[in-house]
Design a protein around this ligand. Sequence first.
Ligand code: GTP
Ligand code: MG
Length: 196
Amino acid sequence: MKVNSADIVISAVSSKQYPSDSIPEIALAGRSNVGKSSFINKMINRKNLVRTSSKPGKTRTLNFYIINDAFHFVDVPGYGYAKVSKTEQAKWGQMMEEYFQTREQLKLVVLIVDIRHKPTEEDVQMFNFASYLEHPVLIVATKLDKIAKNKRDQHIRQVRNAFITEYNDQPNVMPFSAETAENKEEIWAVMEKYLK
Ligand code: GTP
Ligand code: MG
């Protein structure tokens, strides 16, 4: 995929603010600080269009980016950050439900997990929630640069196994690194299929 243009459209907290055009959309989901924003930056070759941080909880709103005037990436706030108040958690839940339940333009959810660790219960809940709403999910296991090459298969298997449920016995897992861009084109190829 050749990315010619990429810009922020809006930071939204409710559906009234979503872009009203009908172009297709890919949403990122995953734990706080896992690398969702870094994933978008790497995929579109922009160092800092999407704000990233070593501190969790950076992304608080649904941030819509327009790519090549053809589709949106939606950067979604992460879950699982312990220091978030109950009120904020409730707000997060409402914002996520409204988006995932109503957004017809949503063609694919890219669920980002850390390849080093076993996916959490919340990761599996997110996967099941999106699957229940019949959104296709691509699981991207990021930070591939942080594990030894001879441990790769073992870690990919650990991730895949965590997402196998009675509803889905073939979760699609692809490894990735926002440091090295490994597998970038392969992931674009999958995403492009859903954007057609
Ligand atoms: P929130 O917005 O807080 O939910 O976080 P996020 O999921 O958007 O994470 P973000 O992209 O801000 O990245 C968090 C940290 O992980 C940053 O310090 C990134 O540099 C680092 N990081 C992200 N992806 C990779 C990767 O593939 N490899 C390595 N080594 N570091 C990464
Ligand atoms: Mg972020």
